[in-house]
Design a protein around this ligand. Structure first.
Ligand code: FAD
Length: 381
């Protein structure tokens, strides 16, 4: 940590994990508490899942089989777009195509679902529809959905944290959190030389590494499901530069702008996940996703491109550049609130310690509400 300020030894609150969630929550806490510190083990903010994702600001269209998730997206969409205007890319036409075979919704059902959740939708014009293979696609809709630039989000997060007075410590891994010390919790960080910070409130926003840290702290883990995912970054053919496409609703694909690199991302329901595993819960074990990320399997990008071109032939002109690999972590359904696919939970045996897991970037507002409610009720037990 040469040249960087030493992390403080005594604060009111610590946030572990400097992704989109951790940054947002640290700034939120700093409105209530004078001394807040954020630890991030990478050398910069928002470099992990908050970067390695499809950059879709979900407008609700994606979940025709989960109306509550769609309604959350509809509620959060305008707020996210307004709060992050400088990071929003609306410069492209967004089409949702309904596959003729294997789709779990028909075109009529999709249109009705959009109407029910209040999501703007209209049948795409003849020219847009003709771009798709009619044997594979039943209908095409034009929708209102945009993308975010993760680099711009990171720049904005750093500025917000600075003006909120949060001390940001990048390149510092937290090893364990345990009850004890002059405050309620002691956070052990660094290279194992026993460096620590004491705090009354600690929020873990470590996403796929949540159970690693809980297990290393000897604390109860959370039942989680993880997937090793691959998003292909491609240079689209000129005709697709201003186009984002999602084929629904089953083992299909999306190809849309990835504003941070001015390329397109390509994801495929069948080929993006490479491996799936669960951890946490009763037996308390954690399967370290970091290990999985260091032994990457061969890319599925050629399969993604080949399959996508069956629906939209011009995809064949895309040039594969590289892949973004990430561990995607979700809650088994039993852990979700009915309408909110998020986790905000007090960790057993460690008063003042909270575990947070979001679902999509814009669910941060659901976490914010939940967290504020807990703090308003008189603090975290
Ligand atoms: C393939 C894929 C596609 C997705 N597509 C979308 C999409 O289109 N739209 C959308 O809204 N969402 C999407 N998501 C979900 C979205 O990316 C995540 O919900 C979001 O990024 C989670 O943010 P986070 O801050 O919790 O996690 P992260 O950004 O991963 O942040 C967690 C941080 O914690 C740090 N950390 C971990 N352990 C420690 C430790 N011990 N000490 C210090 N730091 C630590 C990590 O380095 C990391 O920076 C997608 C996810 C994936 C994987």
């Amino acid at each position: 940590m040469t040249g960087k300020p030493e992390p403080p030894r005594d604060v009111d609150a610590v946030v572990v994990g400097g992704g989109f969630y951790g940054a947002h929550i640290a700034a939120l806490l700093a409105r209530r508490l004078p001394a807040v510190v954020l630890f991030e083990r990478e050398n910069a903010l928002l470099t992990r899942a908050s970067y390695n994702n499809q950059a879709r600001v979900h407008g609700g269209y994606h979940y025709p089989r989960s109306i509550l998730t769609s309604l959350r997206s509809r509620a959060n969409y305008p707020r996210f777009v307004a709060d992050h205007a400088a990071a929003i890319d609306r410069s492209f036409l967004k089409l949702y195509a309904i596959a003729r075979r294997q789709s779990k919704v028909t075109a009529a059902q999709f249109a009705e679902f959009c109407r029910r959740i209040g999501a703007p939708v209209e049948a795409a014009g003849a020219a847009a529809t003709r771009r798709f293979d009619a044997d594979h696609v039943e209908a095409v809709f034009e929708v209102e959905e945009c993308a975010f630039n993760a680099t711009a989000l990171a720049v904005a997060a750093a500025a917000t944290l600075a003006s909120a007075g949060v001390q940001v410590c990048t390149g510092v891994a937290v090893r364990a959190v345990a009850p004890g010390g002059p405050r309620r919790l002691r956070i052990v960080w660094g290279d194992g030389a026993g460096e620590s910070t004491d705090a009354d409130l600690v929020v873990l926003c470590t996403y796929s590494a949540l159970n690693d840290l809980l297990a290393d702290s000897g604390l109860a883990t959370v039942p989680l499901v993880h997937e090793l995912t691959e998003l292909a970054l491609v240079e689209p053919p000129e005709s697709m530069r201003g186009l984002g496409v999602t084929v629904m609703d089953g083992p299909f694909w999306s190809c849309m702008p990835f504003p941070a690199e001015r390329v397109h991302s390509l994801s495929h329901v069948r080929y993006t996940p490479h491996a799936r595993w669960s951890d946490g819960g009763d037996d308390g074990h954690a399967v370290r996703g970091e290990g999985v990320r260091h032994r990457l399997p061969p890319s599925h990008a050629p399969h993604m491109l080949r399959d996508a071109a069956r629906y939209l032939p011009e995809v064949a002109g895309a040039r594969y550049l590289r892949s973004l690999w990430e561990v995607k972590t979700i809650l088994p359904r039993s852990d979700m609130d009915d309408s909110r696919p998020i986790l905000v939970r007090q960790v057993d045996g460690a008063p003042g310690l909270l575990a947070v897991l979001g679902a999509k970037i814009d669910n941060v507002y659901d976490v914010e509400e939940e967290l504020s409610r807990m703090l308003d009720r008189g603090g975290i037990q």
